[in-house]
Design a protein around this ligand. Sequence first.
Ligand code: SF4
Length: 197
Amino acid sequence: MLRIVEMFWTFQGEGSHAGRRALFVRMPFCNLSCSWCDTSFNHYTKISEEEFLFFAQQEPTRFAVLTGGEPMLNKQSPRVVELLRGLGFEIATETNGTAAIIDGLSFVTVSPKRDAQYKIHADAALKANEIKVVVDEGFDFQVLKDIQEQDWTRNVRLSLSPEFGNFKNSIPMIEQFIKENPRWRVSLQTHKWIGVR
Ligand code: SF4
């Protein structure tokens, strides 16, 4: 049996794949406790692999987002990836970057968190396609300069995501920062604007 918080079909609302239809698979457990976290990652349901596969084939899209919680720390994530790849899925993930990246993923979004002092595990830094930093209340923009100055081995996309509940306060500061640091871009949570999950 697989332990999963939830799985659902929706649109990917943010980042490089924004606008794509996607199967979201949310895994239990996280090692951090961000103040604005909106995920009940300690509650899960058990489903059989047959039920998982049935749900994953309800739509013709073969793009999935493995998220959590912290999916890189969940022991069942490799099996979930294996099942999805068996169906031909392209799999993106979103991780807080505190752990090594599991195999089989085609796109890695690392979202370092204040709760971990914005530290990024060496393997996550190596495999990241996108760095997405949430600009929350009291955010210190200095941490972005530290991230920007890391010796990235690939052309990583650097994004700033205003915390949805703090949007009006953070947008002017984000605009000012990006004016001066054009390698960064703003990443909106468009799924919240259009009212889907
Ligand atoms: S890392 Fe993500 S899942 Fe974990 S507490 Fe922070 S926002 Fe929630």
